[in-house]
Design a protein around this ligand. Structure first.
Ligand SMILES: NC(=O)C1=CN([C@@H]2O[C@H](COP(=O)(O)OP(=O)(O)OC[C@H]3O[C@@H](n4cnc5c(N)ncnc54)[C@H](O)[C@@H]3O)[C@@H](O)[C@H]2O)[C@@H](O)CC1
Ligand SMILES: Nc1ncnc2c1ncn2[C@@H]1O[C@H](COP(=O)(O)OP(=O)(O)O)[C@@H](O)[C@H]1O
Length: 355
């Protein structure tokens, strides 16, 4: 791993006040980072079901997750998605993972991912929200998964969250181009990298910029034409840095990929393509265990599937995840908490935010 993969230390970002729109300067870039939202604001986003709700109107979450190497990631994300309110949670996973995912939770609808046809999914319609999470438990070494991902980025109309091993597969000129085409078509995308995955996404954006430059030098028109001109100078400077500070990196990735980016770590930064960013620093080091990111992806995916916009889904999902971690740590100690416990303690997190 390169030095760039330690992207999520918090060096360079000033301690945030508990007020909104805190202004700070990070590594010479002028940066506005809004402090984390308060409980009252978050509570208003909680998707309580309407009295006449049914499982379809509550939101349909499709999870494309769980390679043969990592079935557990699909289990964690799907169970978190159910707990976070999705009315219908469907898992498309490797054939070899199906029995594990089915056995873990009978309420999940489990299919082989060869049956996943993102471009043929019914178009989203009012009152029937839907979203897709792809990548939890993807084995990035399995290059055959690239077409599954790219087909989804190209063909899936509703909000799309990309996590885990799928981020490595997205991190190249083709992935960036397809993500930008989604944005241009008004389709929402949310990326949830940890520091290592964010560094890979930055490399992918650099590759795209190089490709665009080479095409321009040859005088060839191509799909990445004008990319450099559409990115801000600050964004390009951040992508060129070996070890950018996380808030600026989150913002540069959001701009480059045309997606909301939640760059996870001890402090999580949520950045949007329009240049806005907010901080989420309610977490606990009890969360530093394998699988907690898969749980977060399932929670945010369920909120997207219930109709929240990507920024709100990321802010509420990260806050609920952090609160669940804190409550779990209070009960179990910060040593003993495991990813599954966050799902168990999600109801306490909801109550904490509502109170
Ligand atoms: N129970 C399961 O089945 C689990 C499956 N998982 C899946 O395993 C796949 C590989 O993900 P991994 O993240 O393990 O491996 P990756 O190889 O994608 O990333 C880990 C590498 O990134 C570097 N890194 C830098 N900053 C980091 C940071 N802030 N946090 C974490 N790593 C950082 C690490 O040094 C490490 O070399 C993903 O698809 C993921 O969803 C994991 O989520 C763990 C649990
Ligand atoms: N020291 C820490 N303090 C607070 N939160 C943390 C800390 N370490 C990790 N986390 C949180 O735990 C989660 C880890 O996600 P990720 O690295 O993707 O895990 P995995 O890939 O194993 O599922 C993220 O939400 C991150 O913000």
């Amino acid at each position: 791993m390169s030095g760039g993969e330690s992207a999520n230390d918090t060096g360079g970002v000033k301690e945030m006040e508990a007020t909104h729109d805190t202004r700070t300067t990070e590594k010479g870039h002028d940066l506005d980072v809004a402090a984390g939202r308060g409980n009252a604001e978050l509570a208003r986003l909680l998707p309580h079901p309407a009295a006449d709700a049914n499982k379809y109107t509550r939101g349909h979450l499709s999870l494309v997750a769980g390679s043969a190497a990592y079935p557990g990631a699909a289990c964690l994300a799907a169970a978190a998605g159910e707990r976070a309110g999705a009315g219908y949670t469907e898992v498309f996973c490797a054939g070899k993972s199906m029995i594990t995912v089915r056995g873990w939770r009978p309420s999940l609808v489990v299919r082989d991912w060869r049956a996943w046809k993102p471009a043929k999914a019914p178009a989203p319609r009012p009152g029937h929200p839907t979203a897709c999470v792809i990548g939890c438990g993807f084995d990035a070494a399995e290059t055959s998964l690239t077409s599954l991902l790219m087909e989804t980025v190209r063909g899936w109309e509703a909000p799309l969250l990309i996590d885990g091993g799928a981020l490595a597969l997205l991190a190249n000129a083709t992935g960036l181009r397809l993500a930008r085409e989604r944005a241009a078509a008004g389709r929402a995308t949310l990326l949830t990298p940890h520091g290592g995955e964010a560094a890979r996404l930055a490399r992918g954006a650099r590759e795209a910029l190089e490709e665009a430059k080479a095409a321009a030098a040859r005088g060839t028109r191509g799909p990445l034409e004008g990319l450099a001109d559409t990115l801000s100078a600050a964004g390009r400077a951040t992508l060129a840095e070996a070890s950018p500070a996380p808030a600026t990196l989150a913002r540069a990735l959001a701009e480059a990929y045309g997606a909301v980016v939640a760059l996870k770590g001890p402090v999580t930064f949520i950045a949007s393509p329009d240049g806005t960013a907010e901080i989420m620093n309610r977490g606990t080091s009890a969360l530093a265990k394998a699988g907690t990111g898969d749980v977060l992806a399932g929670m945010i995916g369920a909120l997207l599937a219930q109709g929240l916009d990507p920024r709100d889904a990321a802010a509420l999902g990260c806050a609920l995840h952090a609160e669940a971690g804190r409550t779990a740590a209070a009960a179990l100690t910060d040593i003993c908490v495991a990813a599954e416990d966050l799902i168990t303690y999600l109801p306490d997190a909801i109550r904490a935010i509502e109170s």
